[in-house]
Design a binder for this molecule. Structure first.
Ligand code: NDP
Length: 255
């Protein structure tokens, strides 16, 4: 038996990076996984199926309430239940505050904040039918403290942190069996870093950054986060809700 056998999981932003690794780990541990992303994810789902897991892909832009409704309806019809929701899709808008366009600020909030709100709002009714479930929102260490050049991103991730706690307490008050926790990754090697250096198509040198800033002296890999997502998705974390789990090689411990 895997640690999430028999459960149905939905992962957003699952074509790449942390989302893809989370989908793979959940499937390996027995979940039936619905991968979603704004970009194509058929290959990611097919790779999981090829290695013996259960997965399918549905295109979903997390900023669209109607697309969320369609995805949840499809899961209710096909899988019949939803136990795990991983709100992972995100973008990073960089720029100095006095130069930041309002439209870019709103684009940041639309994906990172509205997307998480819409996911929880739309998925809760189906999750509640199962009388238990786990929602995992991917925030960031940028949601715990500020950073120059990243005000919009930090603001969005701080919002995810507190939204998570509100969801946790609302679900606990309703005694619906649903837990909600946030994960706060540090420097993880994924394509998102190319967005952090404006105008660059090259990923930032995370090894150099990690040597300077990470006490464990290494960058993280998507799997480092996926394994924590698995723990929060599984019944092993059954008494945890509203918690913020930092996975950063010690970066924020001394600050
Ligand atoms: P990736 O860019 O590798 O993956 C994010 C995925 O989400 C991409 O496929 C992206 O597509 C997709 N996406 C973007 N916008 C939307 C949307 N509106 N609807 C659906 N999918 C969308 O980045 P990561 O794996 O690094 O990021 C995953 C999460 O982890 C994000 O929330 C990020 O903020 C967070 N995080 C990452 C850290 C890191 O060091 N990598 C550190 C802390 C937090 P596209 O490529 O087309 O944009």
């Amino acid at each position: 038996m895997g640690r999430v056998s028999g459960k149905v999981a939905l992962v957003t932003g699952a074509s790449s990076g942390i989302g893809r690794a989370s989908a793979e780990v959940l499937a390996r541990e027995g979940a039936s996984v619905v991968l979603t992303d704004v970009r194509d994810g058929e290959e990611a789902a097919a790779a999981i199926c090829k290695s013996g897991g259960k997965a399918r892909f549905i295109r979903l832009d997390v900023t669209s309430e109607s697309e969320w409704r369609d995805v949840i309806a499809s899961i209710e019809k096909q899988e019949g239940r939803l136990d795990i929701l991983v709100n992972n899709a995100g973008i990073a808008v960089a720029g100095l505050i006095h130069e930041l366009a309002l439209e870019d600020w709103r684009r940041q909030m639309a994906t990172n904040v509205d997307g998480v709100f819409l996911g929880v709002k739309t998925a809760l009714p189906l999750m509640r039918k199962g009388k238990s479930g786990s929602i995992i929102n991917i925030s960031s260490i940028a949601g715990l403290r500020g950073a120059p050049n990243l005000s919009a991103y930090c603001t969005s991730k701080g919002a995810v942190r507190l939204f998570t706690k509100s969801v946790a307490l609302e679900c606990a008050a309703m005694q619906d069996g649903i837990r909600c926790n946030s994960v706060h990754p540090g420097l993880i090697e994924t394509p998102i870093w190319s967005q952090v250096v404006p105008g660059s198509n090259e990923p930032m040198d995370l090894d150099a950054a990690a040597a300077l800033r990470v006490p464990m002296r290494r960058k993280g890999w998507p799997d480092d986060i996926a394994k924590v997502v698995l723990f929060l998705a599984s019944d092993d974390s059954g008494y945890m809700t509203g918690e913020e789990v930092v996975v950063d090689g010690g970066m924020t411990v001394g600050t």
